[in-house]
Design a protein around this ligand. Structure first.
Ligand SMILES: O=C(O)CCC(=O)C(=O)O
Length: 304
């Protein structure tokens, strides 16, 4: 039977990254306390209870998916910015981008009687175009215990380089069993899916995922947390959800207004800064030089 490696908080992030790279997934046990989970549940349960089941077999007809968590829950905001997770994102994603971003935040409640979700890759959100990079790193925080019986995520360790069409055999699939407050980490390339819930209780997980800053986000953060709400967030979180330049020329905006009223090429961060309404022009000789140096330092694919 397949299995996933378990780590403890404080274990070496290099070892965790090695496990994520080889297996595509690992578990970190008991990262947050039952009290922290209770606080988070207190903030988000009213939204979860009001969420309707999915409309198809993939999203799950007995599964609820609740989003907008950046705007709705301070406790979720803290987990999105958890320093240990961002350190792993640095190690895993910055190989392919200058900046990564929040891809989605979603509470997934698998209710009793739900069938197993089909095994899939999350990177298929962008079709099958991204086999040459690792476009995302994902977490599912256990807000209840995760057991094979109640729908623990099913993961296929070592499947990151499989052909898209390969089907996992039963013995290749591991159940991500973990206690409340623990965390499953998995890549956009590893095959996985929600499990069947044959228990009498809900299985609840908080899915927080991060993607390369030059890709479209699965949850449209600008609509889920529009500028008037994003203004109240700390600056790092504003940038993480997308109010930032993805890289030198990526993501600028033009503030609406009369001719000459403000810069025409503005940084999205200016739109959510609480202190000033001024828009600075994006770009500077220094940032251009940085980009040129990065390009010059990169070996060409044609180099022998
Ligand atoms: O809830 C889970 O355990 C996994 C869900 C999932 O993989 C998905 O919806 O893409």
């Amino acid at each position: 039977m397949a299995s996933l490696t378990h780590f403890q908080q404080g274990d070496s992030s290099e070892d965790m990254l090695a496990s994520i790279r080889s297996d595509g997934a690992c578990i970190i046990d008991s990262v947050i306390s039952p009290e922290s989970v209770a606080r988070l549940r207190g903030e988000t349960d009213p939204y979860m209870e009001a969420t309707r089941d999915g409309q198809d077999d993939f999203t799950g007809r007995s599964t609820t998916r609740t989003g907008g968590l950046v705007g709705r829950s301070p406790a979720c905001r803290e987990l999105i910015q958890h320093a240990d997770i961002l350190e792993l994102c640095d190690g895993f994603l910055l190989e392919y981008c200058e900046r990564y971003q929040l891809h989605l935040g979603q509470i997934i409640r698998i209710r009793p009687g739900e069938k197993a979700q089909s095994i899939h890759r999350d990177r298929w959100a962008w079709g099958t175009h991204l086999a040459h990079v690792e476009p995302q790193l994902n977490t599912i925080w256990a807000l209840t215990d995760f057991t094979a019986e109640n729908g623990a995520t099913r993961v296929v360790p070592g499947s990151t380089r499989w052909e898209d069409t390969r089907k996992a055999k039963a013995e290749e699939i591991a159940a991500a069993e973990m206690a409340l407050g623990s965390l499953l980490l998995y890549t956009g390339s590893v095959f996985h899916g929600g499990g069947q819930n044959s228990s009498p209780h809900d299985r609840i997980g908080l899915n927080i995922t991060y993607s390369l800053g030059w890709l479209r986000q699965e949850e449209n953060q600008y609509l889920s947390t529009p500028p008037h709400q994003a203004r109240d967030l700390n600056s790092d979180l504003q940038q993480l959800i997308g109010y930032s330049m993805g890289q030198y020329a990526l993501g600028y905006f033009t503030p609406p207004g009369a001719p000459g009223e403000s810069a025409d090429i503005a940084d999205p961060q200016d739109a959510v800064r609480s202190s000033s309404g001024a828009f600075e022009t994006v770009g500077s000789p220094e940032s251009l030089r940085n980009l040129e140096e990065r390009i010059a330092g990169k070996p060409s694919p044609c180099d022998p």
